[in-house]
Design a protein around this ligand. Structure first.
Ligand SMILES: Cc1ncc(COP(=O)(O)O)c(C=O)c1O
Length: 419
């Protein structure tokens, strides 16, 4: 067996495209060879060479409790003992969806799936089925996972060299209309012209793939108003923000109630998961009650669900989000003033760290983000044992396993990485 990161990554690359099962892991945005990870515990991960890192990637979102939390390990172990998948109803699904609906009152009924992308694709299908309308409005710069009509057009396609992602169905471009985040007028203009064909408007309430962008005051409530005015469904993609910025996600934080919500990542503490839900009359369109088909062998499997319930129980304890908020505030305060171009935009449990003259508030601002400087900075931090997402524009994570000492170490490393 190969024992260096570089040997192992070469061997992986011989059998897996780019050596990775999801593109950003390949380090193309920061250059160099990615560490090949073998173990995670609490806030730390180790690579195959035995190097230890403080983990601020948190698997791109899921790990609110850090790695291998004992209660999740026990729940997962018990699920493996009792049977990890039945393809039938189980009592554990009830516990899990009740924990979800308690935190997300807008989700009167929920379907469990296996990933965020699956949740988004399913929610779009419900929206089209319920309204009888074909088109979707998305916001440039919001990421919704590998969902054909959303990741094949706009910026994401342009980054790969075309108006439509290679291999995507040409129909997907026709289905999707693109508005601008933090620009209500852009959404209004589209709806004024096309609302009779638009089933839903989907938005990441706190975009986490354009460097963590704050929604301007009244933007999300303004979208709610527009959707009501034009009779279009409002979908919040809270796959990243859900259970992270607050137990009830951005909808709790901003007090805006979407028609449909998509969750994933932090819902099950590191097990593969997705969930979508909304008002009962919308969700009752889903088969077998209704004619909107959606199914999956592993949907609601006991392994995910039992870990997920343990995760949500721990996240529901008093003081959890106040602690996360205090820790992110500590980071923001400690990094303030270190470098005039270092931007840190934080919510409890997630933050963006990048170089730009001012915080990003729309996808147009991305042009000002200094990606080159982040590459150097990234590797300086990696050498100091700090593992951030290998992309300047993706949200970093903070978990309950990070201690104040861990954060102080991070702040020191950032200071050294800047010079
Ligand atoms: C906001 C958002 N939606 C959807 C997804 C897709 O989730 P998954 O990767 O679990 O399919 C992601 C993943 O990064 C995301 O950040």
């Amino acid at each position: 067996m190969q024992t260096t990161n570089s040997d192992l990554f070469s061997a992986l690359s011989a059998r897996i495209p780019g050596g990775v099962n999801s593109p950003f892991r390949a380090f193309q945005a920061v250059g160099g060879t990615p560490p090949v990870l073998v173990r995670g515990r609490g806030a730390r991960v180790w690579d195959v060479e035995g190097n230890e890192y403080l983990d601020f990637c948190c698997a791109w979102g899921p790990l609110m409790l850090g790695h291998s939390h004992p209660e999740l390990v026990a729940a997962g172990h018990q699920a493996l003992e009792d049977g990890s998948v039945f393809g039938a109803s189980t009592p554990w699904e009830l516990e899990f969806v009740e924990a979800i609906t308690a935190a997300y009152p807008s989700m009167e009924k929920v379907r469990l799936v296996n990933s965020g992308a699956e949740a988004v694709a399913s929610a779009l299908r419900v929206a089209r089925g319920a309204t009888g309308k074909p088109r979707i409005v998305k916001f440039e710069g919001c990421y919704h996972g590998h969902v054909e009509c959303l990741d094949s057009v706009g910026l994401e396609a342009e980054e790969l060299g075309g108006p439509l992602a290679l291999g995507a169905s040409p129909g997907s471009a026709a289905e999707t209309l693109i508005a601008h985040f933090n620009d209500l007028d852009s959404a209004r203009r589209i709806l004024e012209k096309h609302s009779r064909e638009v089933a839903a408007l989907i938005v990441e309430p706190i975009p986490g793939s354009m460097a963590v962008t704050r929604p301007e005051p009244e933007f999300l409530s303004g979208l709610r108003g527009l959707c009501d005015e034009f009779q279009v469904l409002l979908i919040f993609d809270e796959v990243l923000s859900g259970c992270r910025v607050a137990r009830g996600g951005a909808q709790e934080l901003f007090g805006v109630r979407p028609d449909l919500t998509c969750l994933g990542k932090a819902l099950a503490g590191g097990m593969p998961v997705g969930a979508y839900g909304g008002r009962s009359e919308l969700m009752d369109q889903v088969a077998p009650l209704g004619k909107v088909y959606q199914a999956g062998t592993f949907c609601g499997n006991p392994l995910t669900v039992r870990c997920g319930t343990a995760n949500l129980r721990l996240l529901a304890q008093p003081g959890v989000y106040a602690k996360l908020a205090a820790e992110t505030d500590f980071l923001v305060d400690s990094l303030a003033g270190l470098d005039q171009d270092l931007q840190m935009v934080a919510y409890p449990g997630m933050f963006g760290l990048y170089f730009a003259p001012r915080p990003v508030s729309s996808h147009k601002d991305l042009e000002q983000v200094d990606l080159e400087r982040y590459r150097t900075f990234y590797h300086r931090l990696l050498r100091r044992g700090i593992y951030l997402p290998p992309s300047s524009l993706d949200a970093a994570g903070l978990s309950l396993a990070h201690t104040r000492q861990d954060l102080e170490r991070f702040v020191r490393a950032v200071g050294e990485g800047l010079s």
